[in-house]
Design a protein around this ligand. Structure first.
Ligand code: ARG
Length: 474
């Protein structure tokens, strides 16, 4: 570089090339290049995984005779120092270091000197980021599983409290048939159980170690990938080095499972918004999960539920974003893939917060049992029971029974009453065979008690399911 060139260098253009990869470069990157290129601003969240990966790698290199035991020991201690510096908030993350991998390695080298420069033997940032990120996502699967389990327990407790409380079941948000509170709560336990198993599945599939794939083709050093896989808690090393550095399925599976789970949260959130309204009064939300209005003193708004209804937007957005990043990428690693992390970080944070908030709301909510029952008894909710009675007792074909019942509903509607308030004479004017004992099936208790088919809403079935879940979640 001539003296002239040097004087032209502006203050925000680093003049020195990168110490890690700058051998063939004359100058450093433009400041804007640095801003678009660096991931240190967000991937510093991977510091613990990065250090764990490096520790496993260095120990393996020494065991294989690729690194001296003395250097390996210096690296081990140096990495622990770096870890404690970061955890104490004393570590200066600098944009010139680009990412967490180079930040840790360069600080390590400052601390231990020469040995630090040997750590990157038989490794690349491509397999390094793949292993760091997998470790992070794996831990988030565990956190999701725990969070979901806590929420399942909260729903189960509600189910146990009101196994036989009667409420309206809806289709099209129109009164359909009476159901039990316990049954409704257990519906969410089932959804969440599927969510949990999706995270368990994803975790099992992602639990292979990409470290040692190096840049893309493997390495000429006699490394032991089984040893590093084991040290990091993986079931085995990944089998193909090209796939190892280009795969982000684990992140996509995590996001997909998160999206489905967040969709379930949003559905219950919507029910809470409806149920807590003055028009429904099915539940009372506690002060802990609601807010007031600055102008309307009477208000108690279900903000947490509303936010939970919305959060799926972010998680689903992250899922679509990462699919879009990965789509059409030729093998193997491309820098596009650096766009994976912020999406997954945000989705994971959002999901964990959402699970915790929902667990709090479900634990604290109070069913308004009398209101639930009153609502269940209105809206001709036992019309199907009447039709079933006509089939069972009078031998009518179901279609005909349906028609007779529909006529009676129309009659009650005109009279402004519910089905049990029609007189026997009125009923007999529609079908002469109807007897007094029809009134036995028009009550909501009878209705729910009669639905004893497996998986049905009767308290007997619900209690059996509660017992099963109490066992499974014990
Ligand atoms: N910061 C990068 C990422 O997040 C690490 C891998 C970079 N590899 C490379 N060859 N530039 O994806």
């Amino acid at each position: 570089m001539s003296a002239d060139d040097k004087t032209q260098a502006t203050a925000d253009v680093p003049t020195s090339a990168n110490a890690m990869w700058g051998g063939r470069f004359q100058t450093g990157p433009d400041a804007i290049m640095q801003a678009i290129n660096a991931s240190i601003g967000f991937d510093q969240r991977l510091y613990a995984q990065d250090i764990a990966g490096s520790r496993a790698h260095a120990a393996m290199l020494a065991a294989q005779g690729i690194l001296s035991h003395k250097d390996a020991e210096a690296i081990r201690e140096g990495l622990l120092t770096v870890l404690s510096e970061i955890e104490a908030g004393k570590f200066a993350f600098r944009v010139e270091q680009e990412d967490i991998h180079m930040a840790v390695e360069s600080r390590l080298t400052e601390i231990v000197g020469e040995a630090g420069k040997r750590l990157h033997t038989a490794r690349s940032r491509n397999d390094q980021v793949a292993v760091d990120f997998r470790l992070w996502v794996r831990a988030q699967c565990d956190a999701a599983i725990d969070g979901i389990t806590a929420l399942m327990r909260a729903f189960l407790k509600q189910a146990d409290l009101g196994a036989d409380w009667i409420m309206p079941g809806f289709t099209h948000l129109q009164t359909a048939q009476p159901v039990t509170w316990g049954h409704h709560m257990l519906a969410y336990v089932e959804m969440l159980a599927r969510d949990r198993s999706r995270f368990e599945d994803a975790r099992r599939r992602m639990n292979e170690c990409p470290l040692g794939a190096a840049a893309l083709a493997g390495t000429s050093f006699p490394i032991d990938r089984h040893a590093t896989a084991k040290a990091l808690g993986f079931d085995r090393p990944t089998a193909n080095s090209l796939d190892s550095v280009s795969d982000r399925d684990f992140a996509l599976e995590f996001l997909s499972a998160s999206s489905i789970c967040a969709m379930h949260l949003s559905r219950f959130a919507e029910e809470l918004v409806i149920w807590s309204s003055a028009q429904f009064r099915f539940v009372r939300l506690s002060d802990k999960w609601t807010t007031g209005s600055s102008i309307m003193p009477q208000k108690k708004n279900p903000d947490a539920a509303e936010l939970l209804r919305a959060k799926l937007g972010r998680i689903m957005g992250a899922t679509v974003a990462l699919f879009t990043v990965m789509k059409g990428l030729a093998l193997t690693y491309s820098k596009d893939m650096q766009e994976d992390k912020e999406q997954v970080f945000d989705a994971a944070d959002t999901l964990m917060l959402g699970l915790a908030a929902m667990t709090g709301m479900v634990s604290d909510m109070e069913a308004q049992v009398a209101n639930l029952r009153a609502a269940a008894a209105s809206g001709f909710s036992t019309a199907t029971d009447l039709a079933d009675w006509l089939v069972r007792e009078l031998g009518l074909p179901f279609r005909e029974a349906h028609h007779v019942t529909g006529t009676l509903v129309g009659m009650a509607e005109k009279k402004g009453c519910d089905l049990p308030e029609l007189t026997l004479a009125e009923m007999q004017s529609v079908h002469s065979g109807i007897r007094q004992d029809v009134f036995d099936v028009l009550g909501v208790e009878n209705s729910v008690n009669s639905r004893r088919s497996y998986g049905g809403t009767s308290p007997v079935q619900v209690r059996a399911q509660i017992a099963l879940w109490q066992d499974r979640l014990a």
